[in-house]
Write a protein that binds this ligand. Structure first.
Ligand SMILES: NC(=O)C1=CN([C@@H]2O[C@H](COP(=O)(O)OP(=O)(O)OC[C@H]3O[C@@H](n4cnc5c(N)ncnc54)[C@H](OP(=O)(O)O)[C@@H]3O)[C@@H](O)[C@H]2O)C=CC1
Ligand SMILES: CC(=O)N[C@@H](CCC(=O)OP(=O)(O)O)C(=O)O
Length: 350
């Protein structure tokens, strides 16, 4: 174990936390040395997750910057929004590298954060240093950074579908419509009424229509890629399955002469150095199940020549590429390790 990088996870009792534990237990270069939490503090981790008997011998501890600093070189913060922004500045000051899975460091412009999340912030200087943790778009910046604002789950699926179109100016401004569906683990390991089996099972509904917090996040990155201000229409839906996101994106092509095969070639070229993005051949559309338990994103592309629209379907596992495994992908980059290190490649299927 000697030379392994020591890692702490704050928010270890949650769904993001337990994915990180699973991934990091199998990662060849790290050792988990600290698990932190609030309500679960004081409890042996295997009491919370008995399936980890014999694999984890740690007790969840109350959050203390000093203890974390003494124990861990790298810290994952997998906490509700509004907590990481209080911890990260202190952890960075103590020399830790920080990967935040919440929304706190996804925005460099804290005015937008406050407008959508309602919390005034006092850490503008720290937020300025954060890099948006979508490796396929910001790989080089992630390599140089000590603070990563890991993307939301819907933004990950949506942005991977939209990025080539935005970067290369292939669609009419502000025509992108994102129709996205998520499994219930997207809501975290909490007792929320809409996540109860009796509410969610055998049912399908949109929520937070025209006001979901992931809208400004998607727009900020699209604007960065397009070099001009971009608006998108984003509608999320809750689907009765434990994990997975399918985002179907519609947009009007600037050049109606482009056919499906042209666009597939453009996407393949855009993602040629991205081992986790799979561009599907003509006529093949992705299923969320293909990504289960992996860091993969599957993208299918179609063109409707009658309407002049491109339709891009993007499937990920919300807890993996949408959250924990993407954070580990970022850690790999920050440490100079191969981007695929320690991450499961093939889904458990069916
Ligand atoms: N679920 C998903 O698909 C995705 C989630 N995210 C984001 O990742 C973050 C974690 O999500 P998720 O794992 O689903 O959430 P969960 O609700 O499953 O877990 C939240 C964790 O936060 C801990 N916690 C809450 N308050 C405090 C506090 N004051 N101090 C210390 N620990 C605290 C809880 O610990 P305890 O039990 O000890 O109180 C728990 O471990 C969130 O910001 C979420 O928005 C991002 C992408 C996808
Ligand atoms: C199904 C479900 O409830 N999904 C969550 C998305 C979780 C996530 O990524 O949220 P953060 O941006 O807060 O990290 C939601 O819509 O709020």
């Amino acid at each position: 174990m000697g030379d392994r990088v020591t890692v702490g996870i704050v928010g270890a009792s949650g769904y993001g936390g337990v994915q990180l534990v699973r991934l990091l237990l199998d990662h060849p270069q790290v050792e988990i040395t600290y698990l932190g939490g609030e309500g679960s503090a004081g409890r042996p981790y295997t009491e919370l997750y008995p399936h980890l008997q014999g694999r984890v011998n740690l007790t969840v501890e109350p959050v203390s910057v000093e203890v974390i600093r003494d124990r861990a070189e790298v810290v994952f913060l997998s906490l509700p929004n509004g907590i990481a922004c209080k911890l990260a500045p202190q952890l960075l000051e103590q020399g830790c590298k920080v990967l935040d899975l919440s929304a706190d460091y996804r925005f460099q412009d804290l005015k937008t954060y406050t407008q959508w999340y309602g919390e005034p912030r006092e850490d503008a200087a720290t937020a300025q240093k954060a890099v948006y943790g979508l490796p396929e778009l910001y790989r080089d910046r992630i390599r140089q950074s000590s603070l990563i604002g890991c993307p939301g789950c819907y933004p990950t699926a949506s942005l991977l579908a939209l990025a080539p179109l935005m970067k290369q100016g292939l669609i009419e401004p502000n025509t992108a419509i994102i129709d996205a569906k998520s499994g219930t683990s997207g809501g975290g390991r909490q007792g929320k009424i809409n996540l109860l089996l009796a509410e969610a099972d055998n049912s399908l509904a949109a929520y937070n229509v025209a006001r979901h917090r992931h809208t400004p996040e998607i727009e900020a990155i699209c604007s960065d890629l397009a070099g001009q201000s971009v608006l998108v229409q984003f509608t999320p839906h809750l689907v009765p399955m434990p994990r997975g996101i399918l985002a179907t994106v519609y947009a009007t092509l600037r050049d109606p002469g482009l056919v499906r095969e042209d666009l597939i070639t453009i996407y393949q070229a855009f993602y040629r150095h991205s081992p986790w993005v799979n561009i599907l051949p003509p006529g093949l559309y992705p299923q969320t199940k293909w990504a289960w338990g992996t860091n993969a994103c599957f993208i299918g592309i179609e063109v409707d020549e009658r309407t002049g629209r491109i339709i891009v379907m993007s499937a990920i596992d919300n807890l993996m590429k949408g959250q924990a495994s993407q954070a580990v992908q970022c850690l790999n980059l920050m440490m100079g390790w191969p981007e695929t290190m320690g991450l499961p490649q093939v889904a458990f299927y069916p």
